[in-house]
Design a protein. Structure first.
Length: 270
């Protein structure tokens, strides 16, 4: 079905790298995202927090085209991602269009999702060679540079089972970066890690902001991680953003009653 209510592309002095424009997602009678509006600036680091079932991970899954929107449009760098232009309006994107748009986006999962039968180096070159069509020697050089950046240059011949959780997560970050995305998504990347290795992963993510022009969205249940790493924190509740702002504002002086109750519960539990 054509959708002429939304612009065919975003224009203006500052085009957001990501825009959710009145995006809704439902599973039967359950509304997971409810007419969500969210802009993320280029190079901004946004942390998404909130109770289970509030729609946090659905935001990432829709950006990865793992879930399809029911209403609204998602734009990436000014171009509609979930829809494509046709006859002066927007229609649902084809699979090939979605694949092309998704090349701009990398995702790091909670449980790493590394290929267990491949070495660290092989994990990092598989995507660039098979998806981007890079020569193997070029892909290897890119992978070696990234593995050096995340502190794993000495582990390139190891298999994932021989690595610690923190090391596996850093390989997963390098693997996603090897695709040269504009946007990086992190889904609970520290929750499967021991507390002593969360710091090393946090340090790597910080380094990404210094060395790569990346826009980042991070879903997390760990408030300390969100406070330390993000430029902006969005508190989700019932499929909408109930409150958002810089970490010091949202954590130290929340205004929304639901934010206050949520933070009180999770911080007391911690």
């Amino acid at each position: 079905m054509e959708n002429k209510k939304f612009p065919l592309e975003l224009t203006g002095p500052e085009i957001p790298m990501v825009r959710f424009d009145r995006v809704s997602k439902r599973y039967g009678d359950l509304t997971v995202l409810d007419a969500l509006d969210l802009d993320v600036r280029a190079n901004e680091m946004v942390a998404i927090i909130g109770p289970s079932g509030s729609g946090k991970t659905t935001v990432l899954r829709m950006l990865m085209a793992l879930e399809l929107v029911d209403e609204g449009v998602i734009y990436v760098d000014g171009t509609p991602m979930t829809h494509m232009p046709k006859n002066g309006g927007l229609v649902r994107a084809s699979k090939s269009y979605l694949r092309k748009m998704r090349e701009n986006i990398g995702m790091v999962f909670q449980h790493f999702n590394l290929f267990p039968h491949m070495t660290v180096l092989e994990n990092c070159i598989e995507g660039p060679v098979q998806v981007l069509g890079m020569r193997k020697d070029e892909a290897e050089q890119r992978a070696l540079d990234l593995l050096d950046m995340v502190g794993l240059a000495d582990k390139i011949d190891q298999y994932p089972a021989r690595l610690s959780g923190g090391q596996q997560q850093r390989v997963a970050i390098a693997r996603a970066l090897a695709m040269r995305p504009k946007i990086m998504l992190f889904d609970e990347v520290t929750s499967a890690l021991d507390p002593e290795v969360i710091g090393e992963v946090t340090q790597v993510i910080r380094k990404l902001n210094d060395k790569h022009d990346l826009t980042m969205l991070m879903v997390t249940h760990q408030m300390g991680f969100a406070r330390e790493i993000a430029d902006r924190v969005c508190f989700f509740c019932e499929g909408k953003i109930a409150e958002q702002g810089p970490p010091e504002q949202l954590f130290d002086n929340p205004q929304n009653e639901r934010t206050i109750a949520f933070l009180s519960a999770v911080l007391d539990a911690g």
